[in-house]
Write a protein that binds this ligand. Structure first.
Ligand code: DAH
Length: 374
């Protein structure tokens, strides 16, 4: 029917309004059929232009060929009226289609963006704290609860802080090249080494701070040891130092006993034996009652406990009352002050606590091992 609009009414043989009516009805039907072709933005535009296009649209053709070129005034009026009605219908329907397509597109995009809450989430493997880190944290928590501060210091040290000021004289075996990593330094520069213990921070802290001092120093230390089940060239310590005007050996033993019970469990006993460290006087070695056999020296099966070799005790760490010689290096008044110090081997304490028998697993980063400490 559309193609008929390219001819004038005269050429089509239309002479009256009655003859025009079926043409208009046919166009309406065709328009309705066309409506269904407008499914998206692109097809809608083609549909709109086919009917409303200024130059080649059907309504423009009707205006040109049927209305303007109407042979009689009667037919002109009839064509004008029919055109107006058709235009109203076409415009309304095209607008209605546009809205429907827009709503549909929105629905489709909503559907495609919909989050399916029933799908399983993306599983990200969560790491765990390294057992050494956990021991650091556990020990820090215990001493923080007793009013200690946590401080840290350099891993590259001078012989003064690592040895001299700790009253470790030149001839002491700890100074030996066999035990200490010395750095290569330019000729004339001061000797540098990797600290062999966390004790230098005793000196650095007392130099900076007036008494009272209550600190612990967690950190890495280095020694020229060949790696085996109980040795590594890098390992971990926590140094402890308390200095005040009225600290006694009882405070010292009580503090350590409290720490051991907090760390290994309330049933654990502690004891100390005489020992020697240049920076403490007297020096001791603390032991804990064996956490594997409960201090009895025998296992549940009646065998000798292999962990404490039947003694019921396990060696823990060195400690002592601060040697007055140390106070002289930091210009503390040795006549007025008392203090105690201790050096915890974090790797050893971790091995004891969790029943680990090879220190190397701490450094291998095998997730099958690490996963057990989440
Ligand atoms: N610095 C010692 C070491 O690494 C451990 C130590 C022993 C530290 C006794 C202390 C102490 O503070 O009092 O072998």
């Amino acid at each position: 029917m559309k193609e008929k609009t390219t001819q004038t009414l005269g050429a089509l043989g239309v002479r009256s309004a009655e003859q025009l009516a079926p043409l208009i009805a046919g166009l309406r039907e065709e328009f309705e059929r066309d409506t269904t072709t407008a499914r998206d933005d692109v097809s809608w535009k083609a549909f709109r232009d086919a009917w409303l296009g200024r130059k080649s649209g059907v309504l423009a053709a009707i205006t040109e060929n049927w209305l303007k070129a109407a042979p009689t005034p009667d037919l002109k009026r009839a064509a004008g009226q029919a055109l107006n009605e058709l235009r109203a219908q076409v415009e309304a329907a095209i607008e209605e289609r546009r809205r429907a397509i827009e709503a549909g597109a929105e629905e489709a995009s909503l559907a495609s963006e919909r989050v399916d809450l029933t799908l399983p989430g993306v599983m990200r493997p969560v790491g765990s704290r390294h057992p050494i880190r956990q021991t650091f944290d556990d020990i820090e928590r215990i001493f923080l609860s007793m009013g200690y501060q946590v401080v840290s210091g350099p891993e590259i040290e001078t012989p003064y802080y690592n040895f001299e000021a700790l009253n470790i004289p030149e001839h002491h075996p700890a100074r030996d090249n066999m035990d200490t990593f010395y750095m290569e330094t330019p000729p004339g520069a001061e000797t540098r080494l990797l600290r062999t213990h966390t004790s230098p921070m005793q000196i650095r802290t007392m130099e900076k701070q007036k008494p009272p001092v209550r600190i612990i120093v967690p950190g890495k230390v280095y020694r020229r040891d060949n790696p085996d089940a109980t040795h590594s060239f890098a390992f971990h310590q926590i140094e402890g130092l308390a200095v005040d005007v009225d600290l006694t050996f009882c405070d010292f033993a009580g503090t350590i006993d409290y720490f051991i019970r907090q760390f290994f469990g309330p049933g654990t006993k502690s004891r100390f034996r005489p020992s020697y460290f240049p920076f403490t006087e007297p020096s001791v070695e603390f032991d804990a009652s064996c956490i594997f056999c409960g201090g009895s020296g025998v296992t549940g099966a009646g065998l000798t406990c292999s962990k404490c070799k039947g003694s019921g005790w396990i060696e823990l760490f060195g400690a002592g009352m601060v040697n007055p010689a140390v106070y002289h290096f930091v210009k503390y008044d040795a006549a007025k002050l008392n203090g105690f110090a201790f050096g915890l081997g974090v790797d050893r304490l971790t091995m004891l606590k969790y029943g680990i028998d090879d220190m190397q697993v701490f450094f291998q980063n095998d997730v099958r091992f690490l996963r057990q400490f989440s």
